[in-house]
Design a protein around this ligand. Sequence first.
Ligand code: ADP
Length: 623
Amino acid sequence: MKKKQFKAESKKLLDMMINSIYTHKEIFLREIISNASDAIDKLYFRSLTDDSVGISKDDFKITIALDKENRTVTVADNGCGMTAEELENNLGTIAKSGSLDFKNNMEEKSDVEIIGQFGVGFYSSFMVSDKVTVLSRAFGSDEANLWTSEGAEGYTIEKAEKAEAGTVITMYLKEDTEENKYSDYLETYRISSIIKKYSDYIRYPITMEVQLTRPVEGSENEFENYSEVKTLNSMIPLWRKNKSEIQSEEYESFYKDKFYDYEKPAKVIHSKVEGQTTYDALLFIPKKAPYDYYSKSFEKGLQLYSNGVLIMDKCPDLLPDYFSFVKGLVDSADLSLNISREVLQQDYQLKLIAKTIEKKIKSELTTMLRKDRETYEEFFKAFGVQLKYGLYEGYGVNKETLQDLIMFISSHEDKYTTLNEYVDRMQDGQKVIYYACGETKAKIDMLPQVEAVKSKGYEILYFTDNVDEFAIQMLMNYEDKSFVNVCADKLDLDTDEEKEAIKKANEDAKDMLGKMSDAIGESVTGVRFTNSLKNHPACLTSEGMLSTEMEKVLNAMPNADSIKAETVLEINANHAIAEKLKTLDDETLAKYAKLLYMQARLIGGLSIEDPAEFSNLISELMV
Ligand code: ADP
């Protein structure tokens, strides 16, 4: 019989399984049982419309058998089965859903991560076995085939006998080692507990013949062995169970298994709703963003069940975009099973469910923020940008939902703060919320205006995400406090006297400032003295809606027409340079003006248009 080779990717995965140091090897059983359950699902769905299937719903089952002598664990199902060709395609290649993404990620990840992160399926049987056989007969076919493999060398497929449609997977356990006692999997109690832990909710009975002992009737000290077929799983979907009966471990393993995460979720939300609409929802907030979260290929959505039967794998209408990170499912009896995708979108019940779910997520996040700050901050690091994006995208309509969930790093203790906390800390006389934009907190701290505002004792929010300022503009204000960009807006930090003084200084120097503005050219709309700088000689201040930071973001977008913020060069009236300027002849004044402008751009994190000129002017000054 000719041995066939595994496809390259499959071989790699298989090698990984065979040599795995993954500690939770027991998950092989979950994977094999999941496959069996899927196979039964397929035949079951068919039986709904096709009488020739001839199996009643109650006859579908998964059977486990343990053989201590031969060291085998066998899992049999009476599902759809596989033809020879399907055996070849399904078990010789990784080509399936989850596995596809998996391929792209395989290179950088360790086996522990891979096995944990993606349900690795059938091949996980090789973590515990050195030989696996798959005897299968496809429904509707009268021939059966036996697939056999002893690992990475390859596999064989040969004709075989099997009375009914379905699949029997036999795993020949590896020899025990010091670290791994594989023979544990031959023990009834061990198998029962693995099933309870990972596969309790499977919709079909998982049965096993167990050996028991009982006293012989009428005798006190005589015992006899007998066997009994036991059903190991409760078959109740996890979400239908009472919360009080569910261990957190069960939720976590369910989440990892169904939603391909290797970390436990930051939050489990299990809710039963009755009233206008009735449904069970089991939702999870992940700890970290999946690798494709911020890419186009990411699809949001919750699984949708009608009375325990899956009708859609990713129903997008159940989640608003700003909560797209939520995973989970909704099961409602109010939905019709035969509903099509288009109709579903119009469905009134569905909208109602979506609305309540949104509220629930918001309230859970709010509670987390209040009661478990550390977890919330971790969550926010992963998904905060999405929340802010929600504010921006909805042009402010999501304000009520989102404004108290967003956070920014603040100059107060260098920690995340909510807007509410900021406002609570505002001192008497502070009327507005100050923020400054830049790539990093360190860069923002170098901005001259930031220094000035901080020196007055005011707190500043650091906007380091591109979306921050856009989002805040949609918000307009928070608790009647408006937002002020310390680099863009009139800060109004001066006393009346100071205002008078600066007004006079500007009027007196009107001529000179005009000449400076002409020398710099169109890049600025004017030059003026200011009181709001502390140590720095000059800075750029933008006027109008567009700040210099937004200019940067917008210009970084593809096809951007070069967009310019309206900028004024402000000179520190209390800096020695202010006096110096007044002593210069026109030619030198022009050079100083240009230099001050370029300096201000550099400090503000902008590039200068003509570095050669900058260098020339500096050297001229030096010599
Ligand atoms: P996945 O389940 O993620 O698709 P697996 O490697 O676990 O990946 O299985 C590969 C394919 O083999 C399945 O998609 C299914 O088509 C087929 N398969 C596995 N086990 C069975 C089974 N017990 N009955 C029928 N088909 C099966």
